[in-house]
Ligand binder design. Sequence first.
Ligand code: GMT
Length: 379
Amino acid sequence: MEKGGVLRIGITCYPVYGGSGAVATELGIHLARRGHEVHFITYAQPFRLPYFMEGIYFHEVEVPSYPLFDHPPYPLALSVAMHDAAVHAKLDLLHVHYAIPHATSAWIAREMLGRSDFRFITTLHGTDITLVGQDPSFQAITRFSIDKSDGITAVSDFLRRETVEHFGIPAERIEVIPNFVDLELYRRDRYRCHRSAFTEPGEKIVMHVSNFRPVKRLEDVVRTFARISRSVPARLLLVGDGPDRGRAMRVAEEEGVESRVVFLGKQESVAELLACADLLLLPSETEAFGLAALEGMACGVPVVATDVGGVPEVVPHGEAGYLAPVGAIDEMADAAIELLSDPARWARASAAAREAAERYDARSIVPRYEAYYAEVLES
Ligand code: GMT
């Protein structure tokens, strides 16, 4: 570590579309702005960092193909890239996001370095604990890799409880550091909303942002919207892409709302879009935190979501929006209709949403990571 607490930090994440990659990248950007040297060790340029930024370096993980490799061993190539970055960039520590396989690769890299003083921290984000990590094919290695981490953080109290329950990791080893939002970037008054690009005059904008995986219940998004649009003139803007896109299109046709549903595809920066939305739908099966909800709330967008996982920690029910049981599409639609058809009620929810998001200000959460790095390095 250099004088003044400036660190050389390696960050590994999934660089493609997804909450954990978004959080890891935003964290790297904020850390670099605060004077640290940040080295992303990933297989592609992180999607929220498509430009050059001083203090940020990118180490691409290359996985050579070979006729024997039906499944190229990415975790091994990643371990080597971590090892090499640690040596050449003289990393002080490594911070990996999403347990598998990143924590496993970090453990291998540390073994290769032969330095027990080389620290790595694992941030648990959600499905690494609630879904994928519990699959019998991965359960043992997930537990092992989390246990070998020098520091463990979870993005919500809910996720810490899940990690204790399903992986037997003691609660006191897990630091809860919630996700954060840049309140200057995510704000309603920063952008000119080009409503006419998506809507006819008088129509409301209902939005959903995700990677369209089954856990997001995209079908419920479309069915809830169909019910809303029978009472309130509205369009559904779907931001993102993923395996359930085709199904969502079919459901939109079945519900007769296909002309009101706009698929915007993957977007690098969602702030400008969110700032134009009147309502965000997040009807997930499970959600460790709900970054999209936080980013929407920062833009003054009321959220109608399911009452699952860490969502109640983030979205104050009845104030910044409405939380319903999984699959309760009529209940979610009714709540959305009430909000969208009563301007005074909407304005109160919008203000409450922004206020709730202010608890997750990047300027106060990022220093908690810095403090945790210092604690782990001293341990
Ligand atoms: O499953 C996803 O939607 C993506 C996933 C990820 O790890 O990329 O998101 C998880 O991490 C986000 C950032 O911490 C959280 O906001 C999401 O709630 C969480 N997703 C789930 O738990 C399903």
